[in-house]
Design a protein. Structure first.
Length: 429
């Protein structure tokens, strides 16, 4: 079987809890992973989750066991089902041994999500294995999220709680990195220097040598570094315009955009990460008489950028191909729709502000699919969401307000209207 993924975090949870809450735990993992990356500066930090991290046909128990041996932090999602699960309890015990092996404490960060009787008080009549796990958990400092269980993910309290958890994890991760960097530098040698080889045979690098000696290194723990390019209008990066960065950056790389007002139209035509590096309102990309952003490749990621469009007969963001993940952006289009999705694409559009469009906020058409969730869609002149020409999106948990509602309600997700919060002056027929 393939090697277990090299990860730095592990999510321990009961699958039925995630299914019951419509994937809320999976989304928590995605948001927490990103928050820890931003907070710690470890760009490749990954939280392992068996739902997305194990390939078909793999030996589940072996993959999870190997992953726990390569993990730095454990996040148990505590519920009655978690405590009743032998697999979850075993994950906790295995990681407790791992923590002892590392000589570190505090690497287990429980998130208490549902009232669980044995966590509140011991019960001699309960199964011994559950009592032992609960007893261990009671000794650990946990994040109490019971009150957040019914909180909308768009509520400011929810991302604030994720940030608090990320802030707890960050110093633990930094301390671990400090230890492994020190272990990788031979004593008595200057930083970056190594003793001359005794013979002409190839010498192992520090990571290989440390692994052979039973030590743990950052290279062994974390995925290889993603190539990163920086856009800075002051000339203190690799490029002064985003367009130049898109042309000069290889596929699979990350582009960090520092604060500035970029008057340009962008086309992403190969797999790229485009991430705002600073406060979103200070990172503005504005297109005039052209689409501000066209996504025309198979996969990509865009986050934390303000997109503006001025002119006539153009969208602000147009997703024409593949699967783009568009997150936490602020998007305004003063011509056509703020965000247009067409041609059977399947994007993920999450936690954005889509507003003040001269037409519709979100326009899904021509067989497009995709998932659109936790966005705030407001103050668009015609409608918040419009769906046409055989499109079939999943639209859920959005706040749609101060506009003319939603056109074409007969599509997946919007059929269950309670999944979205809509405050409108009128809903067109």
């Amino acid at each position: 079987m393939p090697d277990a993924p090299k990860v730095a975090g592990f999510l321990s949870y009961a699958h039925d809890d995630d299914t019951h809450d419509n994937g809320r735990i999976t989304r928590l993992r995605e948001r927490l992973q990103l928050s820890i990356r931003v907070s710690s500066g470890v760009r490749n930090f990954t939280i392992f989750q068996d739902k997305s991290g194990i390939g078909w046909g793999s030996d589940w128990d072996q993959v999870i066991t190997q992953s726990l041996e390569a993990v730095v932090l454990l996040f148990p999602i505590i519920t009655p089902l978690w405590l009743a699960s032998p697999n979850c309890r075993e994950e906790l015990q295995k990681f407790r041994l791992r923590q002892s092996t590392l000589g570190r404490e505090g690497l287990i960060l429980p998130v208490y999500c549902r009232e669980t009787a044995l966590i509140e008080a011991d019960d001699p009549s309960s199964p011994e294995a559950e009592r032992n796990a609960a007893s261990l958990l009671r000794t650990l400092q946990h994040e109490d999220w019971r009150a957040l269980r019914r909180t909308e993910e768009t509520d400011p309290a929810y991302p604030a709680a994720i940030e608090r958890l990320a802030e707890r994890a960050t110093p633990l991760l930094r301390r671990f990195r400090t230890v492994v960097v020190e272990a990788a530098v031979p004593r008595g040698q200057p930083d970056g220097a190594s003793p001359p080889p005794a013979d002409n045979r190839p010498q192992p690098d520090s990571a290989t040598a440390a692994i052979s000696a039973g030590q743990t290194t950052e290279r062994a723990m974390l995925p290889s570094e993603v190539q990163t390019r920086v856009v800075d209008q002051w000339g203190r990066g690799d490029f002064t315009t985003i367009s130049a960065a898109l042309k000069g950056t290889p596929a699979g790389a990350r582009i960090l955009v520092r604060p500035g007002h970029y008057n340009e139209s962008l086309v992403i035509d190969r797999p790229i990460e485009l991430v705002g590096d600073g406060e979103r309102e200070d990172i503005v990309v504005e297109g005039v008489n052209a689409e501000t952003l066209i996504f025309d490749t198979n996969i990509g990621y865009v986050r934390n950028v303000s997109f503006r469009q001025r002119g006539t007969n153009n969208y602000c963001v147009w997703i024409k191909q593949g699967r783009l993940t568009l997150e936490e952006c602020d998007i305004t289009g003063r011509s056509l729709s703020c965000v247009a999705i067409s041609n059977a694409v399947d994007p993920r559009v999450r936690r954005n502000r889509i507003h003040d469009g001269a037409s519709t906020g979100l326009f899904v058409y021509n067989d497009a699919r995709g998932t659109y969730e936790d966005n705030e869609i407001f103050a668009n002149d015609l409608s918040g969401v419009q769906v046409s020409h055989n499109a079939d999106p999943v639209v859920r948990r959005n706040r749609i307000h101060d506009g003319n509602g939603v056109w074409n309600l007969d599509f997946l997700g919007m059929r269950a209207g309670h999944m979205n919060t809509m405050t409108t002056s009128a809903i067109p027929s």
